[in-house]
Write a new protein. Structure first.
Length: 346
């Protein structure tokens, strides 16, 4: 008899779906396993207003496979000219579940992001008063700061002062990649949680760089040294309600990844649950997988958990996932965890 584990259907609290042909091609990969996902707004041009989010939501719904009941939870891209009244209207609409802070220049399509956090304080104050969460890309962009230190410096320079100024603002530190990040979250009593990606639980910077550069492991924040990865696994598998899954699955076509200046992003929507089952099984924490993928996220976002169930089955032989998803925007390579996967979902 194969081993099975039935859990509440998972959600993805950080997902890039893109638009147009790419959206059409990769959306089924997330809709297959996840009930809901927080949809990142870093399109070109970005999703800034409620009107933008409403239109993008419509395009996602139109691109869904007919039988799917996947629910996109929309976000707004915070700019220095964002209108606090529009943010409040977006929250009241029920469609928009968070606002995303990208420090300008931190990552893909972040040029319209925030240069000086002081310029967005009125919007953040309004969000704190209405209870709308802020998702944060937690890296400084100061060119003098080493890329491997950008998360830790962001905590000191931006996140801690922001939380001191506005303790009522509910914050999600996205895709935490360092022990500094998980420790910082672990010291906080309220209004701070962190998402962890599938790939940062599995790869370290050696996987990215040793033996030849692996463009499909290049993402931002960049993978860190092994001691950091171990801290992330400890946090994810702890059951602590402050940590939950945000895959940061971020498709780019292979030519855009396999290039002299390759794009940042790992596409893991297809095999994330199988990868996570492996990580939790290896850590002896399969009983806490549901908290990480299905319970902690909705609790922090003050949403009910999904009512549907997902069954994970462990197979003796490896389960074969596609190496690439073919889309009309080009092929997208699926995350290779570097070990055989033995779990499937149904
Ligand atoms: O690796 C990443 N890819 N990190 C991000 O923050 C953005 C994302 C993307 O949009 O491609
Ligand atoms: Zn992202």
């Amino acid at each position: 008899m194969p081993k099975t584990l039935t859990i509440t259907q998972p959600d993805d609290w950080h997902l890039h779906l893109r638009d147009g042909a790419m959206l059409q091609g990769i959306l089924p990969e997330s809709a297959r396993d996840f009930g809901r996902a927080i949809i990142m707004p870093n399109l070109v041009p970005p999703v800034v207003t409620l009107a933008d989010a409403t239109a993008y939501h419509g395009r996602i719904i139109n691109a869904l496979p007919a039988s799917s009941d996947f629910t996109p939870l929309m976000t707004l891209y915070l700019t220095e000219t964002t209108d606090a009244n529009d943010v409040a209207a977006a929250h009241a609409s029920g469609l928009v579940k968070a606002v995303k802070l990208y420090p300008a220049g931190a990552t893909t399509n972040s040029d319209s992001g925030v240069k000086n956090i002081k310029n967005v304080m009125p919007v953040l104050e309004r969000m704190a008063s209405i209870g709308l969460p802020l998702c944060v890309h937690g890296e400084v962009t100061d060119p003098s700061i080493d890329i491997f230190d950008r998360e830790a410096v962001f905590i000191d320079r931006v996140l801690e002062p922001l939380r001191q100024n506005l303790p009522e603002l509910r914050i999600i530190m996205e895709h935490v990649t360092t022990k500094d990040g998980v420790d910082y979250i672990g010291e906080t009593e309220k209004n701070l949680a962190g998402t962890l990606t599938t790939h940062h639980l599995i790869i370290n910077r050696n996987d990215l760089l040793v033996g030849g550069i692996k463009p499909h492991y290049y993402c931002l924040p960049i993978a860190k040294r092994e001691s950091h990865r171990l801290a992330l696994v400890k946090a994810a598998t702890s059951g602590d309600p402050r940590y939950f899954l945000g895959t940061d699955s971020a498709p780019h076509s292979d030519p855009n990844k396999e290039s002299a200046c390759g794009c940042a992003g790992v596409f893991s929507a297809t095999n994330t649950m199988a990868c996570l089952a492996h990580v939790f099984e290896t850590a002896g924490a399969l009983d806490r997988l549901e908290k990480f993928t299905s319970l902690n996220g909705p609790a922090y976002y003050r949403l009910p958990a999904n009512t549907a169930k997902t069954t994970l089955t462990r197979h003796d032989s490896p389960v074969i996932f596609p190496e690439k998803i073919e889309t009309k925007a080009g092929p997208v390579t699926v995350f290779d965890p570097g070990f055989p996967l033995h779990w499937s979902t149904s």
